[in-house]
Design a protein around this ligand. Structure first.
Ligand code: MF3
Ligand code: CO
Ligand code: CO
Length: 270
C-alpha cells in the first residue's frame, strides 16, 4: 500500500485522513490565509479586480505554491472576486471598485499536494452601514457552523447552526452553492450545506477535512449564473457576503487550517 492509498473512505464517500495529514493542510491553509492578509492594502476605490488578482498570482508564486483555480474547469484566475450583489465566482477583470463597494476575495492554493481554500470580505473605501451588518452576520454565521464541528455531530448540525443564526437576523442563506470536502483534491464529498435540519446527514469523524463557506443575502436566497458561466448573482440584486475556512475534525473538536496569521480574518477593513 503506497502513501496515496492509505486511510479510508466512509459509506458517504468521505475520506478519513491520518493525524499526520493535518500538518500539510495547516501549511497550505496558512499560505492562502497570508495572501488574504496581504491583499487588504490592494483594495481601494479606483482599483480594478483584475489588478488585485494579478497581485494574488504574484503572491502565490512568491510563496512557492500553485493556484488551484487557474486551469480548474477552464477558469483562468488565481482568485474569485465577488463584488456587491455577486454571490460567488466573480471573475477578476476590468471592473473598477468604487467607494462603498464590498467584495469577497476567495483564494485556493496547493502546497505539497494539499489544498488550502479560504475567503473573506473587504471594502473599498468607507463601509456602508447595512453592508457592515451583513458582513458581521455572515462572519459570525461561519463561526456558528465551525462551533458545531466535532466527532459525533452531523453535517446537518453545521447547516442548522448557520441557517438559524442568519434567519434570526432576517437575512437569507444561499442554497445554490455549498462547502465541500477537500484535502489532496479541491472538491470532494460531502456537499457541506449551509442550511439543514439538526441530526441529519453524515456523522462527523476525526480526520475529515472540508470547507464551510456560507453565502448570505440581505434579500432573497435565489441566485442566477451570468452568461460567462461563472458569475453568480442574487436574483433580486440584493447585497451578498461570504466567508470561508478550511477545517479538519480533531479528536475533540475542530482545527481551522486557514486562520489569519495576522489576526485579520475579520474585520479586514479597519
Ligand atoms: N474557491 C472556490 C470554493 O470555495 C472555488 C472556486 S472555483 C473557480 O470552492 F474556478 F471558480 F475558481
Ligand atoms: Co471552497
Ligand atoms: Co473558496
Amino acid at each position: 500500500m503506497n502513501n496515496e492509498m492509505r486511510g479510508r473512505v466512509t459509506r458517504d464517500g468521505i475520506r478519513i485522513y491520518e493525524p499526520g495529514d493535518f500538518a500539510g493542510m495547516h501549511a497550505a491553509g496558512q499560505v492562502a490565509a497570508r495572501i488574504l492578509d496581504d491583499i487588504a492594502t490592494h483594495v481601494f476605490p479606483g482599483q480594478t479586480t483584475g489588478a488585485i488578482d494579478d497581485k494574488i498570482t504574484e503572491m502565490v508564486e512568491a510563496a512557492g505554491a500553485k493556484s488551484a483555480t487557474i486551469g480548474y474547469k477552464g477558469y483562468q484566475h488565481a482568485s474569485c472576486i465577488s463584488v456587491n450583489h455577486v454571490v460567488c465566482h466573480g471573475i477578476p477583470g476590468s471592473k473598477t471598485l468604487k467607494d462603498g463597494d464590498i467584495l469577497n476575495i476567495d483564494v485556493t492554493v496547493i502546497v505539497d499536494g494539499w489544498f488550502g481554500d479560504t475567503s473573506r470580505m473587504y471594502v473599498a473605501g468607507k463601509l456602508p452601514r447595512k453592508a457592515e451588518r451583513l458582513i458581521q452576520v455572515t462572519h459570525d454565521a461561519l463561526f456558528k457552523g465551525i462551533e458545531a464541528v466535532r466527532p459525533g455531530n452531523t453535517f446537518g448540525d453545521i447547516g442548522h447552526a448557520i441557517q438559524t443564526y442568519v434567519e434570526a437576523h432576517r437575512m437569507s442563506v444561499v442554497r445554490d452553492f455549498c462547502g465541500h470536502g477537500l484535502g489532496r483534491v479541491f472538491h470532494a464529498p460531502p456537499n457541506v450545506l449551509h442550511y439543514s435540519r439538526p441530526d441529519t446527514g453524515a456523522v462527523l469523524e476525526e480526520g475529515m477535512f472540508f470547507t464551510i463557506e456560507p453565502m448570505v443575502n440581505l434579500g432573497r436566497p435565489e441566485t442566477k449564473t451570468l452568461a460567462d458561466g461563472w458569475t453568480a448573482v442574487t436574483r433580486d440584486k440584493s447585497l451578498s457576503a461570504q466567508f470561508e475556512h478550511s477545517v479538519g475534525v480533531t479528536a475533540d473538536g475542530v482545527e481551522i487550517f486557514t486562520l489569519s496569521p495576522a489576526g485579520k480574518f475579520h474585520p479586514t477593513y479597519t
